[in-house]
Every structure is written in structure tokens, then in C-alpha cells.
Design a protein. Sequence first.
Length: 290
Amino acid sequence: MRTKEENAMLNTVKRTAMIVAAAVLMAVNLKTFVRTGGLIPGGFNGLTRLLQEISVMLWGVEPPFTPINLALNAVPIFISFKFIGRKFTLYSCLMIFLGGMLTDIIPSYTVTTDTLLVAVFGGLLNAVAIAVCLMANATSGGTDFIAIFLSEKFDIDSWNYIFCGNVVILVIAGALFGWEKALYSIIFQFTCTQVLHTLHRRYQKQTLLIITQKPDEIYEAIKEMTNHDATLIKGEGCYMKKECNILYSVVGRDEVRKVLNRVKETDPGAFVNMIRTESLSGRFYQRPND
């Protein structure tokens, strides 16, 4: 049995390893797919690339990635430190620094010269890198900080709003460097947003309707695992004409699997209907970032 200190150390090692992996993926993506296709990936990484391209266009010199990216992230880091969580922000800073440093160090490599393939697979790899970082309870910086802040403060799934903001950056890039690259960059960003929306479900909600003979035990399990409440509704089965218990609860989509497993363990005969919740008004517990 591990002690509390050992669990904390193991969690720190796990989070750090995930962030290192995410930083490597992000840097490799920027130096292979993004650079090969001449894309502007959106977010603060994309804004950094845009400023590098403008510098090359005006003065013929490409400044290093890291100092520009760190300067752009200064305000979002402050907002995150103040409103989201200190450890969360420190791990995110590690991601930003490692990602920038590796982007400057790793040599460029061409996987394919087909710009459409570059846009699609580059967007997919970018989403995986961001998702791994979010699973470690950190972000890759910039607009991710803003997305998390909006989700925490207004309880919304904000990634599609961030996509709209990224389109503004891409429009600027199109006006300066040509619309073809900008349009491919939009494909890159759209792929990234949709894959990320699938992989990262923390701010998405799921309604559960559980018909069970053990409502008290299942309610205690839901409360213990998710800290969410439930409502007990008394009903009658139309076929058997017997009284039944319906538990109504809303949980995060990232919590659904473990709730279902516990429901099956507690009452193997339970019937569960899962409904995707598009909108929610009222108090809903959101696990805070550390």
C-alpha cells in the first residue's frame, strides 16, 4: 500500500512524463508538418509562426521560437495563475518552455509534400499533443489558457469559440502570405479542434437515467466518485406493472465510464440511458484545477 507522499510523487512523475511527451509531439509537428506546408497553426504557436514569417519577409531574419512564444504567453500565464490554479500553471509553463526549446533544437524533416495531407495529419498530431497535455492537467499555453478559463468561469465547452478566434489569425496570414496557405491552415485548425473535442471531454456533460433496484447504493457511488448529486424518481414499469426507481443525474463525459462500471458492479440488472447534454443551467460541480 503506497503512502500519500508516494502517491503524490508518482503523480508528479506521471504528469511530468506526459508533458515531456506532449512537448516532443508539438515540436515535431511544428518542424515537420507545419513547416513543410508553410502553415499557420492557430493559437499562440500560430501567432509565433506568423511573427517569424513577418520577420523573414521584412528583414530576412527568422527569430527563435521560444522568446516570442514566452512573451506572448505572459498575460495568459498571469490569468491562469490567478484564476485557474498554481500547479496547473507551473506545469503549463513547463510545457510552453519545453515545447519552444525543442522547436528551436529539433531539425526540420519532410514527411510529405502534399499540403492537404500535411494539414490533416498535422492537425491530428497537434490535437493529440494538446490532449496529452490536458490529460496531465496542464495546457500548451496561449489560447488553451483562455479556453480553460472560459470553461471554468462560464461552464461552457469553448474549443469551437477558440477555433473562431484562430480564424482571425489565419485571415491575417492569408492577406500577407497568400490565401492558399491560409485555407490549408484552416483545414489544419479545424481537424485539430474536432479531434480535440473528441479526445478531451472534461467540460462536456452527460445525462444519466438509471432504472435500478438499488438506488441508494448507486447514488452513494455517484456521489463518491464524481461529487455530483442525483434525483430519485418513483415510477412504474409498464410491462411488469411493478414500482421502479429512476435515478436522474448529470456527470462529466470523462466520468461516464467509471460511473457505468460501478453501476454494473452494484446492480447488474440496472438499465441505463445516456443522453448528451448540450446545455445546462444551475449549479454543477466542476473539479477544480490544482
